[in-house]
Design a protein around this ligand. Structure first.
Ligand code: GTP
Ligand code: MG
Length: 318
């Protein structure tokens, strides 16, 4: 990985200034970006032939000594993982200390189950100074349903004792008008992530546009293909920039289920398999929310209860 800084995209075979420029325009401006790219993307973006694209990827991988890493390197990488606190001790515990960077966490649940609230809360908490247990980070928020509320951020910032103006300024919001726009915004957010100032990327909601645009059985495979591509972009960003990606997802009812919960997350395996953590949110009694960890590499299945109140997520009713 150390060689990455010395060598540039132009050191690759078949890449002159023009090709490098085209690649840069597509956001592929590091060896790592080429190495994790696909032949299809390179031929499309840089106008090179298949065989040149294949050689470029191979050379980038060789130069970067990609492939196998020893377990101690992985341990070092794990040490860089930041955990973003939720404000509810129980919720943090279920998450193994908080929402992790370098991974995608999917929050799914019915309308009003608190998915957007969790997004707002993390967008504030990630900004708390490091000496107070926070991450001093900025936030990228892709809003697809127009449910981002600065007023709610203000309330939460005040509760956290942060300067409300600064907190608002540190959140970059983009409204996505359709699924293509949403995918483009995810790709564009790489420019912000490169600065290293952003450790949280929220896509709220991940699936609403896809669900609305691809109706009927005939369009299902196209929808899943696009969702898959989108998830891969997000996964790459989480990994390359050690960033926490939070996506929200609705559920649909499964009328054929007789026992257990008759709901399931939209997007099926495509979304479920790309997410490292999956949390199922449910409404509880008296303004409370129940969070259930459905999938995680760290912990066995776990459940907690927290409250949504005017000041944010909390374990106790206020
Ligand atoms: P959809 O996006 O519709 O699928 O729902 P969601 O899961 O994103 O739900 P959301 O996070 O918007 O949660 C809405 C719930 O949060 C409401 O039912 C309220 O109980 C609660 N809520 C939202 N804002 C506030 C607030 O300012 N104060 C309090 N006390 N509760 C709030
Ligand atoms: Mg919502």
């Amino acid at each position: 990985m150390t060689k990455e800084k010395e060598l540039t995209v132009q050191d690759l075979p078949g890449v002159g200034p023009t090709t490098a420029e085209k690649l840069a325009a597509a956001g592929i401006d590091t060896l790592l970006a080429v190495a994790v790219s696909s032949i299809g993307v390179l031929t499309e973006e840089a106008g090179v032939s298949d065989s040149v694209a294949r050689k470029m990827i191979q050379a980038a991988r060789d130069m970067m000594e990609m492939g196998f890493e020893t377990a101690d390197t992985i341990l070092d990488k794990r040490a860089e993982v930041i955990k973003i606190k939720t404000g509810s001790e129980g919720f943090d515990e279920v998450m193994g200390g908080g929402f992790e960077t370098g991974a995608i966490t999917e929050c799914y649940g019915e309308f009003g189950s608190g998915k957007t609230q969790v997004g707002h809360q993390l967008a504030v908490n990630v900004q708390i100074p490091k000496d107070q247990g926070g991450n001093e980070s900025k936030v990228i928020y892709i809003d697809t349903e127009n449910t981002f509320r600065p007023e709610r951020i203000l309330q939460m910032a005040e509760k956290a004792g942060l300067d409300p103006d600064t907190v608002l300024k540190n959140i970059k919001i983009a409204r996505a008008y359709n699924s293509d726009h949403q995918m483009l915004l995810a790709e564009k957010s790489e420019e912000l992530l490169k600065t290293g100032e952003y450790k949280l990327l929220i896509v709220d909601s991940l699936t609403a546009h896809f669900r609305a645009e691809f109706i009927g059985r005939g369009t299902l495979s196209e929808r899943q293909q696009k969702l898959n591509k989108h998830m891969h972009t997000l996964l790459k960003l989480a990994d390359m920039y050690n960033c926490c990606v939070l996506v929200t997802n609705q559920v649909m009812s499964k009328p054929n289920v007789m026992f257990g919960d008759p709901t399931q997350a939209i997007g099926g395996h495509v979304v479920g398999h790309s997410s490292t953590f999956r949390i199922y949110l449910r409404k509880g009694k008296k303004g409370s929310r129940v969070a259930k960890l459905v999938d995680s590499p760290n912990l066995p299945e776990n459940e907690c209860m927290f409250f949504v109140n005017t000041s944010g997520l909390n374990d106790k009713e206020e």
